[in-house]
Design a protein around this ligand. Structure first.
Ligand code: LLP
Length: 467
């Protein structure tokens, strides 16, 4: 028996199914906790994309990331359509692929008409391999290497310049090249505070990202003299997992003013990128605005600011990550050992942990969990979900509410699509889990489970140590 601390909790896993009566496509995915296609079948088991989660674990193993194509595509189209509706100029949504960069996800985003925000040579390479056109890639980063910049130049992607060293490196690399000027956006720090975890705030002045806003005149004067660089626009991003609309409205004003200043230097600035940052619901206490409300606020604020400073409407870009993919994925684990500390706590261990989801230990992020094989069972147990790593802090969820669970049961942590696989590690030499894409009852492996051979693939044993 598990230690029961709150027998009066009579809720069940069903509480996480959408309360909305409207069809899945009309719900804003970032306001849900389970993917849009989630339902409970006649065996009282959780189904996603028409696939029984327990059967997926039986077929593909555990732990497993389960990505719902409907949710991801719906979020993409809601951003795209809202921009058309609320912004009178041209627009383009980019997927911030740092949230989850892999071939299938890049391919789906591109298929939905999105461009891709990439932040390393590896992300550029993956997006290109997925078939994304280079002119739809925007290359970010505060310390791009020479070889990454060369790769970006060679493939022809847009470069979001972040600092002076990067600009001078670009000028140097392009010195003897007679090709078209490289399309460069300039990222600056907008100096906007917002309420989110300190590690994921980027828009305030004390940030490692972007040009100092007090340096803009010098910056515009410099770049207007560079024949090899074409300054196509400006970029700013204020942070991540943001629930307020006001900082983004403020950002619109700040960035449009900077755009007007750039235009006064004769720069061909035609694009304005407001970054990403819209938050998602990890728990029922989270209350983010909808995708539509976020886009509406920004679209209208940018249009109004342009009218105020009398510049033509730029092409408006935004680059969400978490709100596109966060809710689309769940992670299924299998229950293993448990430890009851009488009067204190019950630990229930699962077969993954901080290696597949480093967010709880890194940001103290809170997640919710359900028992996939008994969705309507009362939540009578309060347990702490521990990972299997040799680290006391490897706890996925403190004080989770679950039905009585036994070894072998499948538990599902929700809203794990963003910054889980992409930040996963091999700590303790755990192979990274597999990921499947589910849709209409079909499951396709999009990332194979790592094997022990994969773990030693890059290892080398010096000859003198070979036995
Ligand atoms: N654009 C830029 C320049 C960014 O730095 C980011 C996120 C985004 C867009 C996308 O932001 P989103 O829409 O996903 O909020 N690992 C952290 C999040 C780090 C966010 C980094 N930048 C986490 O797990 O919460």
């Amino acid at each position: 028996m598990l230690l029961t601390q709150s027998v009066e909790v009579q809720n069940s896993g069903l509480q996480y199914l959408s309360k909305s009566q409207s069809s899945p496509e009309t719900r804003s995915p970032n306001q849900e906790i389970l993917p849009l296609s989630a339902r409970v079948n006649s065996q009282d088991r959780l189904e996603i994309g028409g696939c029984d989660v327990v059967s997926l674990v039986e077929q593909f193993g555990s732990p497993i990331y389960i990505l719902d194509e409907l949710t991801l595509r719906t979020a993409c189209s809601q951003y795209r359509e809202a921009l058309k509706r609320y912004y009178p100029g041209e627009s383009q949504v980019l997927y911030a692929s740092k949230a989850w960069n892999c071939l299938a996800v890049c391919a789906i985003a591109a298929d939905e008409g999105l461009g891709i925000d990439v932040v390393s040579g590896g992300e550029i390479y993956t997006a290109l391999q997925a078939g994304v056109n280079a002119d739809k890639l925007y290359f970010h980063g505060n310390n791009k290497s020479r070889s990454e910049l060369q790769l970006a130049i060679d493939c022809g992607c847009n470069i979001v310049a972040d600092n002076w060293l990067e600009l001078s490196t670009l000028v140097e690399l392009l010195e003897n090249q007679a090709s078209q000027p490289v399309r460069v956006m300039l990222r600056f720090t907008p100096g906007i505070e917002c309420h989110t975890h300190e590690y994921i705030r980027t828009g305030h002045l004390d940030s490692k990202f972007g040009f100092d806003p007090n340096d803009l005149d010098r910056l515009f004067a410099f770049i207007s003299q560079q024949p090899t660089l074409s300054c196509i626009g400006l970029h700013a991003h204020i942070g991540s997992q943001i629930f307020e609309l006001q900082p983004h409205e403020d950002l619109a004003g700040v960035i449009v003013e900077a755009l007007a200043k750039a235009a006064s230097y004769g720069l061909p600035v035609a694009e304005l990128n407001v970054g990403g940052g819209l938050g998602i619901s990890y728990t029922e206490a989270d209350d983010p605005p909808s995708i539509e409300a976020w886009v509406k606020t920004i679209g209208q604020a940018v249009a109004a600011a342009c009218e105020r400073v009398e510049i033509p409407l730029p092409k408006l870009l935004c680059e969400p990550g978490r709100s596109l993919i966060g809710t689309a994925c769940v992670t299924a684990y299998t229950v293993g050992s448990q430890k009851v500390i009488p009067g204190m706590r019950t630990y229930l261990a699962v077969d993954g942990g901080m290696s597949d989801n480093p967010r709880p230990i890194t940001y103290q992020s809170v997640y919710r969990i359900v028992a996939a094989n008994q969705m309507s069972a009362p939540l009578t147990e309060t347990v702490t979900i521990a990972g299997k790593h040799c680290e006391s802090g490897d706890v996925l969820i403190k004080n989770a509410q679950l039905p009585v669970s036994k070894p072998g049961d499948v538990l599902v942590v929700m809203a794990t699509g963003a910054y889980n696989y992409s930040m996963a590690s091999n700590y303790n030499r755990l192979p990274k889990p597999t990921a499947v894409l589910v849709r209409d009852g079909e499951a396709n492996v999009i990332i194979q489970r790592e094997t022990y051979q994969d773990l030693v693939r890059q290892d080398r044993l010096p000859e003198r140590l070979v036995k």
